[in-house]
Design a protein around this ligand. Structure first.
Ligand code: NAP
Length: 641
């Protein structure tokens, strides 16, 4: 299934095509044209991207290469149009390999080939469950409860429906969308390219912006739910308070509370938690916070009734959320003071807030398979490219500002992008340029808005620590009172407290949070020993820092969960429970690898670590590892009940 409109024949004139090519994404263009025409001769070696430059604009292609690609593409598109816009048959396996090899910029792709083919999703959805309950266990009643109707819960619902497995989705909110419903702060948008930050099974060629604002994403998820017929299976305003496993029946009892406080229970054979990591706001632990006299709210609980115009506004926090809302708030308020505890590295993306030009839109919607190849290119260049730049070199002499050669290169690149923005404000430079290794914290996507905001006359950046909050405002550690009418908290979430406040009781009455003791762990982020048929999406160690998108992870996780369910049904088991030693060995590997990454060794504040200092959030290995490990279940890793 796809939300993309059917491809229409090209009717544009030569001149219109020439103009469209001026604004097209070029690294994906020749592969798409080779595919659609069957002419692999278009893949000229001298027009190939260089893997080391992929992160740059147009994949680092030189102006000469770009000109040559446009000329070749124009000639090809004119011939294609004049021939009636008839696409060549789907490339054979060897031909597809040649095209993928061209796009990979000279990298050895053999290990990646199956993953690449699947990600391309050219003519079939290879991630779909290739089984149906009617064939596997037609007479067995099997009910699944999915908790959460956000991005990952929708994937689960979609795949369960495909496999004919009965399910219900429960969500505490009044609508779908999860994070994209709850975060309505000004400027909220995705920071992963949108043609890629979307379901592989619901691609769109007509995203209006490269990075959609929240309203567009919210509309997309709502549309998916409606078009896929998922909405009737969702119970809104229904918060799950507890889920409890019954050893005797091998079933789960799910207790819910609705908006009126009514409690209900639902029985299920399997439970999929899709509650996200970043949905419980963290208000800062600052003395006197409650005493502030004016309105004060968190970015994820934006109070749109509070009029900020002309007001004295304080912002505490400078992470991804504040980086999006503060520049817009600054335009409205009388004075904005930003309290920064730690500066952030920023990654330059000049088109972060740009619309996709009409010409490029036209090509995406009229050149068959260009949409898929463009999406794949976005995936590929972000897949493993930056990961080596976050790797620790144990021999690196000083780990305080970088952790290895690649990381130091990244540091230089980011510094070079940030410094010129403050040329005329040298006073800001020591405050805004971080002194810790990049990728220790999330790198913020930036198009210059932050620096522009800091240049405004009505904005102050304060780096003196906060001592307390008083009714009039904020008192810093130097004793100065900073008076405000409104306080805004961009202070993040409580990601280490996975699944809270839900109670999850497994075999033998063990409660999951007691087992975790503040340090959440799972096998592949999905299963935990002692919790049969309980599956997590975006669970422990499935967050990514420099590579991939969370949607990609959720799709891998759901495929794995679907294979778990298939095993249970096909083997006539009641449930499966991951073996303790498998879980422990996996976590040892993850912990060791996280200590080989910048975010693992750096001591800077980040939400990637639990209270014990262990990285409980991040996936440290290449994406290929996660894809390979979640492709199918190894039954020997599970106790089959
Ligand atoms: P965050 O990254 O955790 O940032 C919280 C900010 O609050 C940090 O600057 C932190 O300072 C500061 N802070 C926390 N407690 C404080 C205290 N007591 N006193 C002073 N400052 C305090 O939270 P976020 O910005 O909401 O982002 C969280 C994550 O959500 C992101 O990393 C990202 O994964 C996701 N997100 C994504 C997007 C997107 O573009 N798609 C947008 C928003 C969020 P320190 O740095 O010193 O800890």
């Amino acid at each position: 299934m796809t939300l993309a409109r059917p491809i229409e024949p090209i009717t544009a004139s030569d001149g219109e095509l020439r103009d469209a090519l001026e604004v097209a994404d070029l690294p994906a263009l020749l592969p798409a044209l080779a595919h659609v025409t069957g002419d692999l001769g278009l893949l000229r070696e001298e027009l190939r991207v260089d893997a080391t430059l992929m992160g740059e604009d147009q994949g680092g292609l030189t102006p000469e290469q770009q000109g040559a690609i446009r000329a070749l593409a124009l000639e090809t598109l004119i011939a294609f149009r004049d021939g009636g816009s008839v696409a060549a048959p789907m490339p054979t396996g060897p031909d597809l390999r040649v095209i993928l090899q061209f796009m990979a910029g000279g990298l050895d792709i053999d290990d990646y080939l199956p993953m690449m083919r699947e990600e391309l999703a050219l003519d079939s959805d290879l991630r779909a469950p290739h089984w149906h309950k009617d064939d596997v266990a037609p007479d067995r009643p099997f009910e699944v409860v999915v908790i959460g109707a956000g991005m990952s819960g929708i994937v689960a619902a979609y795949r369960l429906a495909e496999a004919g497995v009965s399910y219900v989705v429960l969500d505490k909110n009044a609508d779908v969308g999860g994070t994209w419903l709850e975060n309505s702060y000004p400027g909220c948008r995705v920071d992963i390219p949108n043609h890629y930050y979307s379901y592989s099974f619901a691609q769109r060629a007509d995203w209006p912006l490269y990075y959609s604002p929240r309203s567009e994403l919210y509309a997309y998820f709502r549309r998916c739910v409606d078009e896929f017929g998922i909405r009737p299976n969702i119970r809104f305003d229904t918060e799950v308070s507890s889920v409890e496993y019954d050893d005797a029946t091998a079933r789960w009892t799910v207790c819910t509370v609705d908006a009126d406080g009514n409690e209900r229970t639902i029985e299920a054979d399997a439970v999929i938690s899709a509650v996200g990591q970043l949905n419980r706001p963290q208000l800062p632990q600052i003395e006197g916070r409650e005493s502030f006299a004016g309105p004060a709210f968190h970015s994820a609980r934006w109070d749109h009734d509070v009029d900020l115009s002309g007001k004295r506004v304080g912002v505490i926090g400078t992470g991804c959320s504040a980086a999006q809302f503060a520049p817009l708030v600054a335009e409205e308020v009388g004075h904005l003071e930003i309290f920064q505890r730690t500066p952030n590295w920023q990654f330059p993306v000049p088109h972060y807030r740009h619309e996709v030009p009409q010409g490029f839109q036209y090509l995406l919607q009229h050149v068959p398979y260009y949409r898929q190849w463009y999406r794949f290119w976005l995936f590929w260049k972000s897949a493993e490219l930056l990961r080596p730049m976050a790797e620790v070199d144990p021999e690196w002499p000083d780990m305080s500002t970088s952790v290895g050669e690649g990381n130091d290169l990244l540091r230089q690149m980011l510094t070079e992008a940030m410094l010129p923005q403050y040329e005329d404000r040298p006073d800001l430079i020591p405050k805004v340029i971080p002194q810790y290794p990049p990728a220790s914290k999330r790198i913020i996507v930036d198009d210059g808005s932050w620096a522009e905001m800091l240049h405004r006359d009505n904005v102050t950046l304060t780096t003196t620590g906060i001592d307390r909050i008083v009714p009039e405002g904020v008192v810093t550690v130097d004793g100065e009172l900073h008076e405000f009418d409104v306080l805004l908290y961009g202070t993040g979430f409580q990601p280490s407290k996975f699944l809270t406040p839900m109670k999850v009781v497994g075999r033998g009455g063990v409660e999951l949070h007691e087992r975790w003791a503040g340090d959440a762990r799972a096998y592949l982020g999905v299963t935990v020993p002692g919790f049969p048929n309980f599956f997590m999406l975006y669970g422990p160690n499935t967050n990514i820092v420099v590579n991939g998108s969370i949607i990609w992870f959720s799709e891998c996780e759901v495929r794995y969960v679907m294979d778990c369910i298939r095993h249970v049904l096909a083997g006539r088991h009641r449930a499966l429970d991951v073996r303790e030693e498998v879980h422990d060995r996996f976590n040892e590997e993850v912990d060791a690898e996280n200590l080989r990454m910048a975010w693992g060794v750096s001591t800077v504040n980040s939400w990637y670590k639990s209270d014990s200092g262990r990285v409980a959030q991040n996936w440290p290995f290449p994406l290929l590892d996660y894809w390979t490990r979640t492709r199918e279940v190894d039954p020997s890793e599970y106790e089959l009940l």
